[in-house]
Structures are given as C-alpha cells and as structure tokens.
Write a protein that binds this ligand. Structure first.
Ligand SMILES: [Fe+2]
Length: 344
C-alpha cells in the first residue's frame, strides 16, 4: 500500500519506503520478464511490474547496492519509474519519465547479454556437449580486459583473498568478488547461464538424471540459497613468475553447476610466458589424459568443473575432470573466473 501511494504521487518526493513494503513486492519473474506484482485495474495505476536486480546500479549520483527492486508503473498513461533498494537504501526517486516497460537489468548487463546471445551457439553448444570444453576467442576486448584486471587492486571489490601457497593449492593469489558483482561479471554470469544450462540438461538426460537446471540464473541461485550456498564465487586470479595452480575442482557445496568459465585478462604476447590452462580427464579404467590450452587475451574457455559424459562400450560413463595452470615462467598473468553456483 505504501508503494501504491508513492506511485500515485501521494507521498513526498524521495520519501523512504518501508522495508516491509519492499519485501512484499519481492518474488516471481525471471531475468527476462518480471511478473506483474500488483494491479489496480481501471483506477489510476494501470499496472506495476517489478524486477529484482542484484547488482550495483547508478542513478544520477546515487549508487544503489545490494538487492534493488525496480518498479515500473504506468500512471495516468504516463510512465514513471520508482526505484528503491533494501536495507539502508530505501529511497524513491521520482520525476523520471520512462515508457511503460518491463523491468530490465542495467544497460551494460543488457549489452553483454546481447553479445553473448549473438555468439555462434549452433556451433558452440554441440562442441561443448561433445568435448566438454570450448574456447571462445576474444570474448572480451583488450580494453575490457584491462579494466577488469585493474579491479584487482581495489580491496573494496572483494570479500576474501586466498594465498594459494599457504593452502598448498599452488603458487599465486585469488580474490573472490563481494556483492554487488561488477556489472561485467554479473552480465557474463547471467548471459552464459541459460546457454550452458541447456547443454547441462542434455547431459543430465544422457546420464538419465531426473533433475534439470533452471532456465535462468536467478532460479538456479535460489536453489543454491536454499542449500545454504549464498556467497559469491566469481574471482580474479593473479599469478607471477613460478606461479601455478594444482589440479582441482571448484565445488562449494551440494549444489553445483557443471560448467564454469575462465577469461584470460593478460596478454601472453606481452605480459607473461608459460601459464597454460590445464584440463586433465580421468576416464573409467584408463590412465589420465591431459590437455594444455593456450589462451589469448580476452579468450574465454568454458569447461566442466567436475565431470562429463563419455560414450563407452558399456554405455554412457563419467569422466572426472580437474583443471589447473602450468607454471608461469615469467611476468604476471591475471584471469577472471566465473563460477555459476554460490558457496556456503
Ligand atoms: Fe579452479
């Protein structure tokens, strides 16, 4: 009710909404189409659409962090938008005249979605399904790589830093992003998820597993949250001379998405030597086979974080997959890791 009063202009500009009013509108919809949360048909509010957006968004000079609800309403045939966040950011901004439209993520995230959707998925998806991994050349521009790499020095961006040597994971350092994730990371995560979920579901069908991955990242993350996995897992990794990463799998709880993504941010022609991405596959009753993948700056690699189906004489079997990094022989190598499940 508080919200409707705001939308109808019966509350002063920039008045704070109560947290209860925000919570009452939460729920439903997906990344592509928020559901109608409330309608006062025939009256002064023609319709209200609500989208839950969990990334940093800037409106004018105001930065909204954490979860944010975008409310799009058509009032008296004139579009208006009210914005408010949860927690400390319960604030409404009036006066913007927007067309009556669906709630959508910020423009940077939308652009990433368009770019990722425009990739040749008719070739990528079958290759991924068949081989378990696929390289996407120049997913990010040199400029985007440099901007992402520059975040490494910004302590406020990260929730945790791991010294790999002290854990015997290898030699190097990685940092887990804090929420809100940078739009570039959030965008990649959202944009790749639905394409990869379709392949993951085909794998599940081959394995005769009953469970299926949700169509949108938001739905999948709700499942993670229900399992107690709510901490963000996307990260930046930095290796210097003699740095390496032992073979491992990135599992953070019971719920795991079978693919993850790495993007090389440094230039192997200029910034470092060595440091090839390693994939090692363990097939049933066979010795391990390894593959070293040399990425270029901006190249992405999608790979399985645990296993993949393979055809054998006995039918479909599981090959266990581990990944790592060969020794960096000189220079510095930075990479972005996008993991789709959250951590406990
Ligand atoms: Fe990893």
């Amino acid at each position: 009710m508080d919200l409707l009063l705001h939308l109808l202009g019966e509350q002063p500009e920039d008045a704070a909404l109560t947290r209860d009013a925000a919570l009452a509108l939460e729920g439903g919809g997906d990344d592509d189409g928020p559901e109608v949360a409330s309608t006062a048909g025939g009256a002064r509010v023609a319709g209200v659409q609500v989208a839950l957006v969990d990334h940093l968004h800037v409106v004018g000079r105001e930065a909204f962090t954490e979860l944010r609800l975008d409310v799009f309403a058509s009032i008296h045939g004139r579009g208006r938008v009210a914005r408010f966040g949860r927690g400390a950011c319960t604030r409404v901004s009036w006066g913007r005249s927007l067309p009556h439209t669906r709630g959508v993520p910020g423009p940077e995230i939308q652009q990433i979605r368009r770019d990722v959707d425009a990739l040749d998925w008719k070739a990528l998806a079958p290759a991924l399904e068949r081989e378990g991994h696929v390289r996407i050349p120049r997913l990010l521009s040199a400029r985007a790589c440099a901007a992402m790499a520059a975040l490494y020095a910004d302590d406020a961006r990260f929730r945790k830093t791991i010294d790999m040597g002290s854990h015997r994971y290898g030699e190097g350092e990685y940092r887990y992003f804090a929420r809100p994730l940078p739009p570039q990371v959030e965008g990649l995560r959202r944009a790749f998820y639905p394409h990869l979920a379709r392949v993951a579901n085909r794998w599940n069908a081959r394995w005769e597993r009953q469970d299926r991955f949700e169509a949108s990242l938001r739905g999948f993350l709700a499942r993670c949250k229900a399992a107690g996995q709510a901490r963000p897992t996307s990260l930046l990794l930095r290796y210097r001379e003699d740095g390496f990463n032992c073979l491992h799998q990135d599992l953070y709880g019971e719920v795991a998405f079978p693919f993850q993504l790495v993007v090389l941010l440094s230039d192997p022609q200029r910034d470092f030597t060595g440091g090839e991405f390693l994939l090692v596959e363990q097939r049933p009753r066979q010795q391990s086979r390894g593959e070293a993948i040399a990425l270029g700056r901006g190249d992405a690699l999608i790979f399985p974080n645990r296993e993949r189906p393979i055809e054998t004489a006995r039918g479909v079997s599981r090959a266990q997959i581990r990944h790592g990094l060969s020794r960096v022989r000189s220079g510095e190598r930075l990479a972005l890791g996008v993991i789709f499940h959250d951590a406990k």
